[in-house]
Design a protein around this ligand. Structure first.
Ligand code: ZN
Ligand code: FE
Ligand code: FE
Length: 280
């Protein structure tokens, strides 16, 4: 059974997100742990977090995929920017201890012309300080479109980060379909080859979640502009192949498409019906 949800707003609290997800047919979801531009987290309300944890268990949700603020940069050329990213992520992981067993997804960072290797070194050393052995959350590095100096445009860059981690069992990868397409991986014409490539370089055992987005731009554009499902250059046939693929279909799928709730509900319904067809 396809497990799918969308990005939701935390503005009414944690339980409210679970209820909203449930009401639109979702059985996982994503949220920003705080204002995506950084800033302070909302005060921790353990009862609210506990209520969400109970709801997701009762409704048999797949793992949730919390998203770090996308402005954080673990490999900035500015030490205070790196420090802020590191502190924010550590604080988010402490918060997520109230929701054990879920994922915390983040953009690896932009090396700001320090070079790929220097960036990777800064990212992995920060992750080694952030992750504690007792943590109950898995951190997921996201595949990136390769805008500017973004790290994570190639599977090799993510592999090199994973290889430098002291505690790789606490980490994994979240594959964003718009990002890999924009990065130049042709999931439209060669899905099997891209998945084999991922397996060869990173290993499919390291893949834990999918951001399911169409793309406003062409293969290899390095743009990162998400489009509604079936309305972009990836298109519905390729997206259907992705949700049905044996290597992917049991993972949680998160929509980050430009939609309000109603649009998300329609996409979830459509994708659930497309995923089911094959099993029938
Ligand atoms: Zn992201
Ligand atoms: Fe994404
Ligand atoms: Fe994106």
């Amino acid at each position: 059974m396809l497990k799918i949800g969308c990005h939701l707003s935390l503005s009414h609290g944690y339980l409210a997100m679970g209820e909203t997800a449930n009401s639109i047919g979702a059985d996982t979801f994503a949220f920003f742990t705080r204002n995506p531009r950084g800033g302070k987290a909302r005060p921790v309300d353990p009862d609210d977090l506990g209520a969400l944890q109970a709801l997701t268990a009762a409704k048999d949700f797949a793992a949730l995929v919390a998203h770090a603020p996308y402005t954080l940069n673990l490999c900035s050329d500015k030490p205070d920017v790196r420090q802020f990213a590191e502190e924010t992520m550590a604080e988010d992981l402490a918060l997520l201890e109230h929701l054990p067993g879920n994922y915390y997804n983040f953009h690896p960072g932009c090396h700001m012309k320090q070079g790929r290797d220097a960036g990777i070194e800064l990212i992995s050393s920060a992750l080694n300080r952030i992750m504690k052995p007792e943590c109950h959350t898995r951190m997921l590095l996201e595949t990136m479109a390769g805008k500017g100096t973004e790290i994570g445009r190639t599977f090799e860059e993510l592999r090199d980060i994973l290889l430098s981690l002291d505690d790789p069992d606490h980490f994994g990868v979240c594959l964003d379909t718009c990002h890999v397409f924009d990065a130049g991986y042709d999931i439209v014409h060669s899905l099997d080859a891209v998945i084999s490539e991922f397996d060869r370089v990173i290993g499919l055992h390291n893949l834990y979640a999918i951001h399911l987005n169409d793309s406003k731009n062409e293969l290899g554009s390095h743009k990162d502009r998400h489009e509604k499902i079936g309305k972009g250059h990836i298109g519905l046939p390729a997206i259907t192949a992705i949700i049905r693929h044996p290597a992917l279909r049991d993972l949680p799928f998160i929509l980050e498409t430009p939609n309000e709730l109603e649009g998300y509900q329609e996409e979830i319904e459509l994708l659930k019906s497309l995923a089911d067809t094959e099993e029938a």
